[in-house]
Design a protein around this ligand. Structure first.
Ligand SMILES: *Cc1c(COP(=O)(O)O)cnc(C)c1O
Length: 343
């Protein structure tokens, strides 16, 4: 039997998302937090494992609503924001538009669901090129535009006025993916939800210490939430994750203090990288830094041999690697190895 022929045509060309599990001394490849929060896990012990989870995640939504000063009707919970991207595209369809380079899942999910995917190149400072975007909008008439700000893998925030201009030019939805917003110096887009009718925001717990829980939030006007709810699987967020996520909101101070530590380390790492002659780091508002370096792929392998795992970004941005901010010790281990390798 030929399984390959049985597969839908648009799926045949796809490759699975690579997320490698490698033993290493410093895992700095996936934009995770280096910090754990064991004190927040005890709530999971009260979970009744024989019962289905709360299908609405009511209590968690209430806490999220309080944090972002919204109503629960403006919030949808997802099994990570990846699932929310999937649901958005399932609900509204394509064309799906996004800048390049950016987070790869927008393109992957668009293609997996048989929708047209349109990438629009960023300008030289990795900001949105408004003219290029507006002409692409006129040509393709996208249903969804995904804007990750801060952007992964470049690390910068897009100019707000350019996001506003793009939002005015489209009759589709603008999805502002704020996975890294907790690390940014400026405010996010939540305050604009009331005035921008076509704005959708995604937030996640993954980058601030809870990647294993898979908890994402869709924030939007209630009609969008209601639409996406039609495709949502009834028990998409399990009880253990709901229980611990509630603790995250109740104890946001301890989470925040770790975020501040990471931001401080990011700024230190940036300065140190900037001082290296053969390395060019790009300014970052996220928990990672993209940097340009000669023989990037070879350097990636040399670092790995020393137990330091980075993300090789050369296929997206020429000669570049992405390093996630780790603990001070991990960052020093990386810096010292880098210094000796690029000498
Ligand atoms: C990591 C990442 C996500 C995925 O978040 P999950 O909540 O873990 O699914 C979404 N968007 C961007 C830009 C990311 O970098």
């Amino acid at each position: 039997m030929n399984i390959e022929r049985l597969i839908r045509k648009n799926i045949r060309k796809l490759r699975p998302y690579e997320a490698r599990e490698l033993k290493c001394r410093a895992k700095l490849d996936a934009n995770e937090s280096p910090f754990e929060f064991p004190e927040l896990l005890s709530a999971s012990l009260d979970v009744k494992t024989n019962r289905y989870p709360d299908p609405q995640g009511t209590e968690l939504k209430k806490l999220a609503a309080r944090r972002w000063k919204l109503k629960t009707e403006n919030i949808l919970l997802g099994n990570g924001s990846d699932e929310l991207i999937y649901y958005l595209i399932l609900t509204f369809g394509g064309p799906v538009m996004y800048p390049t380079p950016t987070f790869s899942m927008y393109e992957i999910i668009a293609k997996a669901t048989g929708q047209k995917a349109v990438g629009v190149r960023l300008d030289r400072d990795f900001d949105l090129n408004t003219e290029r975007f507006i002409s692409a909008i006129k040509k393709h008439k996208p249903k969804l535009i995904f804007l990750s700000t801060p952007n992964n893998p470049t690390g910068n925030c897009f100019s707000s006025d350019r996001i506003f201009a793009i939002s005015k030019a489209t009759s589709g939805l603008v999805v502002v993916d704020e996975a890294y917003q907790p690390f940014a110096s400026k405010n996010g887009f939540v305050p604009f939800l009331e005035s921008m009718e076509n704005l959708v925001i995604m937030r996640t717990l993954s980058k601030i210490g809870f990647a294993s829980l898979r908890v994402g939030f869709l924030l939007s006007q209630s009609s969008v939430i209601e639409a996406v709810n039609r495709v949502r699987l009834p028990f998409n967020l399990n009880s253990l994750s709901q229980a611990v996520a509630k603790e995250v909101f109740k104890n946001y101070k301890v989470v925040m203090s770790r975020i501040k530590e990471i931001v401080k380390e990011r700024d230190r790492l940036y300065r140190e990288l900037k001082n290296l002659e053969s390395v060019t780091p790009y300014p970052s508002e996220a928990n990672f830094i993209l940097f340009k370096v000669r023989d990037a792929s070879r350097l990636h392998r040399s670092l790995l041999r020393r137990g330091i795992l980075l993300r090789d970004m050369t296929s997206q941005v020429k000669d570049s690697l992405r390093v996630t901010i780790g603990t001070k010790e991990e960052n020093d281990l990386f810096l010292n190895s880098l210094k000796s390798l690029v000498k």
